[in-house]
Design a protein around this ligand. Sequence first.
Ligand code: GRG
Length: 302
Amino acid sequence: MSSDRSSLSLFEPALSEAAQFVERSLDALLPAVAGPEGRLLEAMRYAALGGGKRLRGFFVLQTGRLFGVDRGALGRVAAAIECVHAYSLVHDDLPAMDNDDLRRGKPTVHKAFDEATAILAGDGLLTLAFGLIAAPDTHGDPFARCELVSRLAHAAGHAGMVGGQMMDMLFEHGSPGLPEITRLQRLKTAALITFSCESGAIMGRASAPARAALTTYGQELGLAFQIADDLLDAEGETAQLGKAAGKDASRGKPTVVSVLGAERARAQALALAQQAAAHLELFDERADLLRAAAEFVVTRRA
Ligand code: GRG
């Protein structure tokens, strides 16, 4: 992986353009604030709009582009995944979980609204995501829609993100080793990132080798992403991150950084990102932005 800024100078404008497209898709697909349940809809929009890198949405757009999938349809899937991600952040920030006041540089949903509204807003976002994916506008082939629904359920549920979150909470009171921490991160973080990369292949009816390449890329990049996140928690500043820094150490939370130390953790993240990029050979230069994304994930500052 090159260490100069050349691939990042191509990647950053591409991510910014994708983020704007995902934001517009979300704005159009989230329900308008109206009626007696308006407070819920306002909280859902507050949680999902106006922030975030939109990296998961970017992966949907880029992997789908490899197979010529319609951008409007990809925007729906990108919006759905960003809704699931936003739900996870809203619930993760609750007093019963991480108890955070700041997210994406603004008050967390339970601070801006209240706890009950935050729980319902998370529930609403998760459910909306499945509704968006299952609708005919997402794909003309009902089998492809079912496959997207089933893979998202796997990535977000007990065998993925929610299962990983449970392990994360339990491990705070134990001393897991690297294999346990890696499994936790595979579920909590890498599963949804993997689905983001796989979804373009599902929508594009990709060949088995092409789909496997993108899935493996997502798995390894997802692990690299979480180690980079742990490094940012250990070394970053709250103002720059838009969320509280230094939380893992203050809670005595075991991470790859606490087990290996920052230097070896950084080397591990870099090696995973390089491995991820190596799976893209099949797509030649058409996957250059995905290669650059691997570099971004481990060099980002927020
Ligand atoms: C069901 C009550 C209940 C809770 C579920 C699933 C869950 C709570 C939490 C998910 C775990 C979680 C928040 C994982 C962290 C993954 C991570 C590093 C998120 C930050 O992602 P970025 O940096 O965020 O892409 P932005 O803000 O840029 O979108």
